[in-house]
Ligand binder design. Structure first.
Ligand SMILES: Nc1ncnc2c1ncn2[C@@H]1O[C@H](COP(=O)(O)OP(=O)(O)OP(=O)(O)O)[C@@H](O)[C@H]1O
Ligand SMILES: [Mg+2]
Length: 362
């Protein structure tokens, strides 16, 4: 069943159009992450779902009910904002129960809900503490607790982890994923961090300039990006794009350019055949480079290594391939010295081809 449906939703401020035309079906219980660069319209879309921002046109349906013109309160949603403010004079339990007390819910129900939410968020030992006596991560969980106690149909999160340090963010990601499992509710989560999107989402919605570029599982968007924007946005370090040409010799289709000539893999043969002789863009993910050929699909490429970053189990190389800057991430043991100029290998079964003009995947 459809949990949240956006039908041809648009949003303009005066004569500035922020969201031209957005349609999306989110399943009940799904964890959907909106991701895209700053200013692409993620928060605006979320705020329209929440009813904090009016749509300019289109329709929003939540749980089968048209809520396009409904007030936020009437939408059965709970939202966690990027900048949350806890009430400093209230303890954790009071902060979490604030909305329920405003609603004049029975005391026993309030206590029960706070107890359950605190248990889920591992805040039980801190219920009597004031926010100033908590760590950043604990405060963040209290902010989440405030919305969880409300047991809404849809939970909306707008970059709720952006104030936390890297380690805490990663812990909270795991906790959020667990929370989604426990609550079994529809969740829509906004971030500009593709790692956050990849790790938590059932499906990712990738946006640019108010337009959806691609909707798919983390696997879909990584393995089959529809265009160069998605291809370079998803994956870390980013995919390198280089100009190339398709040519055929001795019945074998190749993609070639400065410093490389690689066989086109079977999965791309049909489309590449139609593009023979055309200028294309070749996409190479750093992680598909290797120090040795691990199968027949690996083809040699000479690299001049400018900088080798030692990560531990692998090294990130900023390198030159026939005059082009590329990034490679080669797995070599922690004992290996910094990698230097020489022959490397690329897994050609994983290469990507795009139309140079449109940027669309071939
Ligand atoms: N009240 C407003 N009037 C005019 N333009 C606005 C208004 N609010 C937002 N915008 C514009 O709408 C666009 C989308 O903003 P939005 O906040 O949705 O972006 P975002 O994807 O959430 O970005 P970020 O990652 O920086 O939070 C931006 O270009 C912004 O300048
Ligand atoms: Mg935003």
């Amino acid at each position: 069943m459809a949990g949240v449906v956006l039908r041809n939703v648009s949003k303009s401020y005066g004569n500035v159009t922020v969201i031209p035309d957005l349609s999306l079906d989110i399943e009940e219980g799904e964890f959907v992450v909106f991701v895209g660069p700053s200013g692409c319209g993620k928060s605006t879309t979320l705020r329209m779902i929440a009813g904090l921002e009016k749509v300019s046109s289109g329709q929003i349906v939540i749980s089968g009910r048209d809520v396009t013109w409904a007030k936020p309160k009437e939408r059965d949603i709970a939202m966690v904002f990027q900048s949350y403010a806890l009430y400093p004079h209230m303890n954790v339990a009071q902060n979490m129960s604030f909305a329920l007390r405003l609603d004049r819910r029975p005391k026993a129900e309030i206590e029960e809900r706070v107890r359950i939410a605190a248990d889920m968020l591992e805040l039980t030992p801190y219920l009597d503490r004031k926010p100033k006596d908590l760590s950043g991560g604990q405060r963040q969980r209290v902010a989440m607790g405030r919305s969880i106690v409300r047991d809404a149909y849809v939970f909306l999160f707008d970059e709720p982890l952006s104030n936390l340090d890297a380690k805490l963010r990663s812990t909270m990601r795991t906790e959020l994923a667990l929370l989604h499992k426990k609550l079994d509710r529809t969740m829509i989560y906004v971030t500009h961090d593709q790692i956050e999107a990849m790790t938590m989402a059932d499906r990712i919605v990738i946006m640019k300039d108010g337009l959806i570029q691609q909707v798919g599982t983390p696997k879909d968007v990584y393995n089959a990006p529809v265009n160069t924007f998605v291809a370079t946005f998803i994956g870390s370090p980013s995919m390198t794009l280089v100009p190339a040409e398709l040519s055929e010799d001795n019945g074998q289709l190749h993609v070639q350019g400065a410093g490389f000539k690689l066989p086109v893999p079977d999965r791309l043969k049909d489309t590449a055949n139609r593009a023979t002789g055309r200028q294309v863009t070749l996409g190479l993910r750093p992680e598909h480079f290797a120090a040795e050929a691990r199968s027949d699909a690996f083809a040699p490429i000479d690299l001049k290594v400018k900088v080798a970053e030692y990560i531990g189990s692998s090294q990130f190389l900023a390198a030159d391939m026939g005059g082009q800057d590329i990034t490679a991430a080669v797995e070599v043991g922690p004992e290996a010295d910094r990698m230097s100029d020489g022959q490397y290998f690329f897994d050609t079964s994983r290469l990507y081809l795009f139309d140079s003009n449109s940027g669309e995947a071939l």
